[in-house]
Design a protein around this ligand. Sequence first.
Ligand code: ADP
Ligand code: ASP
Ligand code: MG
Length: 293
Amino acid sequence: MIVMKFGGTSVADADGIRRLTEIVRRRQARAGTPPLVVVSAMAGVTDQLLRLVTAAERRDTAFLDAEMPLLRERHRRALDALVSDEDAAGAVQLELDAQFDELQALLEAVTILREASPRALDEIAAAGELSSSRLVAVALTAAGVPAAWIDARRAMVTDEAHTTAVPLPAETRDALDRELHAHARGRVAVVGGYVGATRAGATTTLGRGGSDYSASVFGAAARAREIEIWTDVDGMLTADPRIVDDVLVVPHLSFGEASELAYFGAKVLHPSTILPAMTDGIPVRILNSRRPR
Ligand code: ADP
Ligand code: ASP
Ligand code: MG
């Protein structure tokens, strides 16, 4: 199996998700087996969720009332653009509605308490990946690439360190095996990154940018042949292109070099991404979803 992780800009809207669909279709044809697809929240959604928490703590209901419909609407618009079959779209819309209703209830609870515990924060922050992954799964199926949604809270087992949880590799391997077997079987499995749950079932998150980390932990758990990080740059560059103009792609780095660069701020990879891949010797490739060739 191969793992393909798509970051926020790669699933930002219907056009991005359509590009993802074509990339997965071609990759599956070439590999001969369906990949495990790990997705981030749509670009900006995690920031938006965290702003909602701050607003709830301040009892800024005007902000909540203005932002929540925008969040719902953004997902609905993408769903409508991607899935023409009314039954399929309707079923996922119901799930998204339930997800956002629960989010709204959580934010109301925070408004009353004037404070979000780390555990509540995780429950709220997880909504981005849980909804983007549902969208991507149904979009793939609608485009003729049969896919199944995997609930990250059932597949990624972590410790109890809310907001910076650490995956438990052995438990995650068993949980992922079980979920893939129960739901995916011959189909592309789509799972949200960044999100997990404790053994007791409390939702956790792996820290900002943590979807890369999810991809490598799932890759190690699935004994993957390769982990692909699909993003908005052509690879690991000699500098951050947002700061430096004439950057070059570094064609190949050792695990140690990649890990060190990530640790010192090369945002393209979450600093913990390399370790699970290194332990099992799984190659990590960084690819541009706007320039797949
Ligand atoms: P994603 O949402 O796909 O995870 P990120 O924004 O987290 O994407 O990471 C990709 C970004 O990392 C690039 O757009 C780039 O601006 C930044 N970046 C910083 N340092 C580097 C580097 N050395 N090589 C490549 N990208 C880098
Ligand atoms: N959505 C999360 C974040 O914005 C995780 C990720 O994108 O990797 O931090
Ligand atoms: Mg990232």
